[in-house]
Design a protein around this ligand. Structure first.
Ligand SMILES: [Zn+2]
Length: 420
């Protein structure tokens, strides 16, 4: 009986093992089926992917001639990324007199869609948006607008930050951003700043926004990398120097120009400044508002820069700081004839002027080696900033046609400021 039980137990055990084995086999087979099903799916997917990739490649090839449109679409996309709908834009345009930069850009996008990139209102809307937009915060939008302008044939060279993978490529592999479209105006004097077409050296720069001082270095390397740049914050300790300066300015016809960056008076030969016995010829003088140089961190209302050159071609700038006070009679004469808008030099008949009228009596100075404070920021320019300030009235400052035309203060680096 014990034997029978043992056999039954063994059989049961065998059956159990067999059942387990059977279950395992069955599961394995199921998995195999599943794997082969999945493999089929994978291969189908791979085929689909191949087809998609092929399609993508073909699309990319087709895309090449559409690059300009793609850029314009980028601009529109950027413009509309704030969530503003076309209807909103149109409504805002109808109601508001003053639109935000984003809205102007959005409108420009809409115009681009409806009227195309060559439409003057599209172009001017993008230009307006560029003018209004703060570079540091709106880089993407600015880049988009720049590319849209470039695509529309405006002479805009997008900044290096605006590297765009979809930029059209010429057959020779060079970047082909349209510079001058056939319809664009050439070399027009009264034209908006920066549109100096037909002259590749006339690169636009400004005191704010996209082409502001922080970006001058992109087009003018010295502005970005120079180690002896102007203007400076003038503060002690000063190294004593023993020489003096002696202006010998002559009366002459008034030749005055608004060059788009400042009011400048050009001077006929004969006016000189002697620096430590060396004669420097006065070429021109011009104004900055506020003063570019600071005294102990404080800028004055304005500054006059008298620019001189000696026979060796070396430049020296005499700076006269203007503080708010009584009306300045010399400046009154200049302002009467200063053109309010950018344009060619004017020479009003029978107006004679002596630049010495703009100097203080005392000629003690601060002195340092610096640079032109405008592009190309050339160095080895000697600066002599007079310690005595000269008055200018608040009204005269307001009448200056440039609200702000001063470069930010530059690092002193290894220089020493001197004083006599
Ligand atoms: Zn200057």
């Amino acid at each position: 009986m014990k034997k029978t039980i043992a056999i039954v137990v063994l059989l049961l055990a065998a059956l159990g093992a067999g059942g387990f084995a059977f279950m395992q086999w069955k599961a394995g087979a199921g998995a195999k089926a599943e794997i082969s099903e999945l493999s089929a799916k994978v291969s189908a997917t791979e085929k689909k992917q191949e087809a998609a990739e092929k399609e993508l490649t073909e699309t990319k090839e087709k895309l090449a001639p559409l690059q300009v449109t793609a850029q314009q679409m980028e601009a529109v996309k950027a413009a509309l990324s704030s969530g503003v709908t076309l209807e909103d834009l149109e409504a805002a345009y109808a109601k508001d007199k003053k639109l935000s930069a984003e809205r102007v850009l959005g409108l420009a996008g809409v115009r681009l869609l409806t009227k195309g990139g060559q439409d003057p209102s599209t172009v001017s809307a993008f230009e307006k948006a560029l003018e209004m937009t703060d570079w540091s915060r709106q880089q993407k939008v600015i880049c988009a607008a720049q590319y849209a302008l470039a695509a529309a044939g405006k002479p805009v060279k997008p900044l290096s930050e605006c590297a765009m993978p979809t930029a059209p490529v010429k057959p020779d592999g060079q970047e082909a951003l349209p510079k001058d479209s056939p319809g664009s105006k050439k070399d027009e004097h009264g034209e908006k700043k920066g549109d100096k077409k037909g002259d590749k050296h006339a690169v636009h720069w400004d005191y704010e926004g996209l082409m502001g001082p922080e970006n001058w270095g992109k087009e003018f390397p010295k502005c970005g990398r120079g180690k002896e740049q102007s203007p400076l914050d003038i503060k002690g300790p000063f190294q004593k120097v023993r020489f003096s300066i002696a202006p010998d300015y002559k009366v002459g016809p008034l030749r005055i120009i608004n060059n788009g960056h400042t009011i400048q008076v050009n001077v006929n030969p004969g006016s000189k400044l002697r620096i430590d016995g060396v004669a420097y010829e006065l070429l021109q003088y011009h104004f900055h508002r506020p003063s570019e140089e600071a005294l102990n961190g404080k800028r004055q209302a304005m500054v006059i820069h008298f620019v001189h050159k000696n026979d060796a071609g070396e430049l020296a700038v005499l700076g006269v700081l203007l503080q708010i006070g009584n009306e300045n009679p010399g400046i009154r004469t200049l302002w009467e004839h200063a053109p309010q808008k950018e344009g060619p030099e004017v020479q009003p008949e029978s107006v004679a002027f002596n630049p010495a009228n703009l100097l203080p009596r005392e000629l003690e100075f601060y002195h340092y080696d610096g640079s032109l404070t405008t592009p190309p920021c050339t160095e080895k320019v000697k600066f002599y900033i007079l310690r005595s300030l000269v008055n200018i009235s608040r009204e005269q400052v307001s009448a200056f046609p440039f609200k702000m035309n001063a470069r930010p203060l530059q690092p002193l680096n290894d220089r020493q400021i001197m004083a006599n």
